[in-house]
Every structure is written in C-alpha cells, then in structure tokens.
Design a binder for this molecule. Sequence first.
Ligand code: MG
Length: 390
Amino acid sequence: MAACYVLIVAAGSGERFGPGLPKQYRTLGGIPILRRSIRAFLDHPGIAGIQVVINPAHRPHYDAAVGGLALPPPVAGGATRQQTTLNGLLALQASAPDLVLIHDAVRPLVDAATITRVIDALGRHRGAVAAVPVVDTLKRAADGLVVGTVDRADLWHAQTPQGFRYADILAAHRAGAAAGLTDDAAVAEQAGIAVAVVLGHADNLKITTEADLDRAERMLGGSRPSPARPALPDLRVGNGFDVHRFGPGDQVTLCGVSIPHDAGLLGHSDADVGLHALTDAILGAIGDGDIGQHFPPTDPRWRGADSTVFLAHAASLVAARGGHIAHVDVTLICERPKIGPHRLRMKARLAELLALPADRVSVKATTTEGLGFTGRREGIAAQATATIGL
Ligand code: MG
C-alpha cells in the first residue's frame, strides 16, 4: 500500500480572530482545535505519519496543545502560505512518502470518510481535493446592486484535506507559485496536475472567526465550556470477552499468573483468557479493532506467546494517542480452578503490567452455578472493562 503522510499547516497568525491566542490553539469542546485536527488523522488507519508546520513563536502553545501525542517535532513555517507548505513537504522527505495530504489546522471537524475518499481518489488521479457543491444561488453585484446570477452548476467549495503524489506537489511548490494562490490544489493546477474533486462534508468547517467557533461548538452539541458548564472529558469505556477450552496440561495462565490445575487451556498463545479479554477491552475503548486483528492466530510468531505482549501493545496504542488507562476490571468465569486464592496476585500482576495503582485494577471471579460450558468445566470465560481517558 502506498505510504500516505499528512502535512498539517498550523502556521497562521489568525488576524481575523483578533488579538489573543491564535485560533488553532483555541479550544473547541474543551480540546485545542489543532489537537482535534491532528487526532482526526492519527486515528485514521490510512495515514502513515503526520508532520505539523507551526509559527515558531507559537511553540509554547503548540507544546501545550499536543502534549502526549506521538508526533515528530514541528517544523517552522515560512513568510507565505506557500513557503510554509514547502517547508513541511521538505521535512517529510526523509519519510519518502508516496502520497501526501495537506490539511488546514483550523478544520478540526474533518471526518474519517472524507479522508478516506481523498486517499482513494489518489489511486485514480494525481491530485484530489475535498469539496462540497455550492447550493446557494450566487449573485454578482456592483455598487450594491445585483448585476447578474452566476451559474452554480459547476461550482464547489474547496476544503481540505487536499491530496497529491508527494513528488508532484513537492516539485510544484519548489517551482514557486504565483502570488495569491490560496490553496495547494491551485498550486497543483498551475503546475498542470489534474486535480479531482471528491465529496467533502458540510461540517468540515474552516474556523476563521468567532462566529465559526460558535457554530462548531453548536455542531458538537454544546455551548462553550464555562466554569458552570465544564467540558466533558474524552472518556472511553471498552469491553472485551474471551473463552478458552480446557485441554491436557497441569497449569493455566490467568491475568499473567500461572496456577496449577489438573488441565491446561487450549489456544494458539498461552491462552490467558483474562489478558485476552482485557486487551480487547482496551482496543475497544480506542476503536482499534481486536486482538485477532493485531495478533492473527495464523501468525506463527504468536504460537505459545506470553499474552502480556498483547496487553503491552494495546497499552502502547493508548499511549500513542496521548491517552491513559484510568481503570481496568476483569471477571473470570469458571468452576475450577478456584480463583480466590490467586486473585490478589493477579491484581498485582495487572497493576504491574499496566503501571497502575492497585485501586485502579480489579480482578473478580464467579461461577455459573454449574450451568453452561463453564459449569460443565469445559473451559474458562473472561470479560473485562477498560476505562480510558484521551
Ligand atoms: Mg483468546
């Protein structure tokens, strides 16, 4: 698959917003606008990496806005929008991207489907721009009087992201653009690159004024946070469930702890049903698939694997998003072995694996009163819940 990188252009000084914090660092729903824009791409599976271009004078605002996100250092913008983009493109050179999307930092509500459409269009076209059709009737006026009606049939509002083959857009920006070009598609057009229009989204608003910010807050379903109405944190709760069948053996591994038993658990890995359910709960909370997708059972690398590897990977995906695991709760469901005597060891092991204090980790156990497959002692089930702050 072609490696697609994103350049997020955040170097604007935002005069239209008036004095104070530059608009890309203002908050929307309690989260900095730039952070929202970055997260839209960090969370998209088609994106290999992100480069942000900033005004170096804004560095303290930048550091505060992106804290905890896994990003390369920002690069400094230039005197013009075009020079700023060129600086960003040059910073991506070492990553050798096939494709690059260029996105305005002040479009924080870009949706995943729009990003996907732009990437997909680059399979068929050298350039692609997200856009929405013009629906209002357009009037041409002079001296305050209408002098004509413009045919809107072929007119689109250009948005971002705008996508290109990396080599194409780098060459186009290097060649230098005519003054007054306001987006990268225009630079590409000037260089003779055919740019396709793909459907964007009406909500992919460019926040350039206070009124835009109010509109974006309304779109998010609330008014601006205030002391009386604090912003809700981005709190996620995921759940996971897993079952493994008993087979020959003399021990089972549950929540990272080996327990002597008159049977073992069958599975491709060490069959730690507790850690599998918990790994799925964490992946669920960040919307990142499931354990089988990250560690396919068909892959010989995971034969007999220590399941703590799976848990550590899920935890690292949370950390890469700038999140933290606030609490985990695992329930083991079986008649035998008796979990009670080992419960505290399991809790301590999970706390150690996730670097959490003991009161943020719970391990519980129950039987099913002799009913069902766990009641017949055919296997062990586990369910887990993970609470994650992003
Ligand atoms: Mg499993």
